[in-house]
Write a protein that binds this ligand. Structure first.
Ligand SMILES: Cc1ncc(COP(=O)(O)O)c(C=O)c1O
Length: 374
């Protein structure tokens, strides 16, 4: 097909690789690599004792394997309600589960933002947020990445022109590994009477005293209207939830199409999530270790073109070709990285995204550094 050939010519052709994940390692075609491409930030996937404990305590008579329908039909059981109550206890606010972060962002934004509203979103928000915004019938403006003067300019110009204004951001940005200034965003949204929507996909489990995210770390959980957390990254499960007020939860149950028109998450998955979050809140040691190896690797890479300030460390190479060669070189040294290219990042800003996990040792992070310099 010509379109595929065109992608290949531009170095943009993607393919599925058959991989086997084994803790911090990944196996490909019989070879073992240190995995710098997963989002398993706390290293939970390799904690076999958790899996053992989970399966030993699982009462298989208490649920069926599939949810079999949407939660609005017959798919809502005690597992989902118990998990939501548990999460509400942690956050001190209402919580509503979604099947994934993609479902959450494409289902919540179109349900809350209506014709006559405005969404002001950071330029670098994730594709799932962009797709959610495309489904909205309201106006949309993008502000420069983490540039709150640019956001304020939009808010000033918009004063009195819209029914509601929503500011949309990630807390830790997936491709730049940097952090939004939540205090500043809360201050701005209060000043301009806007509402704040924060995607904590890459902060959940990692940041905050009990891993509840940047909003917890900054003591702002009560001040942000919509906090979105995903469960497939540090949570080593699948799904997502929104932390919101009770009326919003009711509204989403009535209006959010990705909640209403899809089969609910299988109960066994919800039980695993519940089990893992109970463990995750206690994983202070892992969070601290992740911080420490992040600092170690960031300090060593200070001479390279790295971005951000978190456990996601993007090393910018520029063009797609140089990024592909860097990834190949690192792989030849036993480090598994994926080249991140346009359209995942802007053209000319291709990068290797190093994603650290608490299961990595100091020596392993040093190997990453050495593979880049080799
Ligand atoms: C910021 C952000 N939000 C949402 C998602 C989607 O989450 P999920 O993988 O649960 O669909 C991702 C996934 O990479 C993400 O990076």
């Amino acid at each position: 097909m010509d379109k595929l050939k065109e992608l290949e010519r531009k170095g943009l052709l993607r393919e599925l690789k058959l991989l086997r994940q084994e803790g911090v390692y990944i196996k490909y075609k019989g070879q073992k690599f240190l995995n710098l491409s997963s989002n398993d930030y706390l290293g939970i996937s390799g904690m076999i004792e958790f899996q053992r404990e989970f399966f030993e305590t699982l009462d298989t008579n208490a649920f069926v394997m599939g949810a079999l329908s949407s939660r609005l039909l017959t798919g809502n059981g005690a597992c989902a309600e118990n998990l939501e109550s548990y999460l509400s206890g942690l956050y001190g606010r209402e919580c509503l589960l979604y099947n994934s972060g993609y479902h959450a962002n494409t289902g919540i934004l179109p349900a809350i933002a209506e014709k006559g509203d405005l969404i002001a979103a950071d330029k670098l928000v994730h594709a799932s947020i962009i797709d959610g915004m495309k489904l909205c019938h309201c106006e949309m403006k993008r502000y420069k990445h983490n540039d709150y003067s640019d956001l304020e300019r939009i808010l000033e110009q918009s004063a009195g022109r819209y029914k509601s204004v929503y500011i949309v951001t990630e807390s830790i940005f997936s491709m730049d590994g940097d952090t939004a200034n939540l205090e500043r965003l809360v201050e701005l949204k209060d000043r301009y009477g806007a509402k704040l929507y924060v995607d904590e996909a890459h902060a959940f489990g990692v940041v905050g005293e009990t891993g509840l995210g940047c909003a917890q770390h900054k003591q702002l959980i009560d001040r942000i209207e919509y906090v979105i957390c995903t469960l497939g990254k540090a949570g080593a499960s699948e799904g997502a939830f929104v932390v919101c007020d009770p009326a919003t939860k009711q509204w989403l149950i009535n209006r959010s199409r990705t909640l209403i028109f899809t089969t609910a998450t299988p109960p066994v998955n919800i039980l695993w999530t519940h089990f893992i979050i109970r463990k995750m809140v206690e994983m202070k040691k892992e969070r601290e270790h992740l911080r420490q190896i992040t600092k170690r690797l960031r300090d060593k890479l200070a001479g390279c073109n790295i971005l951000g300030d978190t456990h996601i460390i993007p090393v910018v190479t520029g063009e797609n070709d140089s990024c592909i060669s860097m990834a190949e070189k690192m792989r030849s040294k036993g480090i598994w990285v994926m080249p991140i290219r346009y359209p995942s990042v802007p053209a000319g800003q291709a990068r290797i995204r190093l994603s650290l996990t608490a299961a990595m040792s100091n020596e392993q992070t040093d190997m990453v550094y050495e593979s880049i310099l080799a």
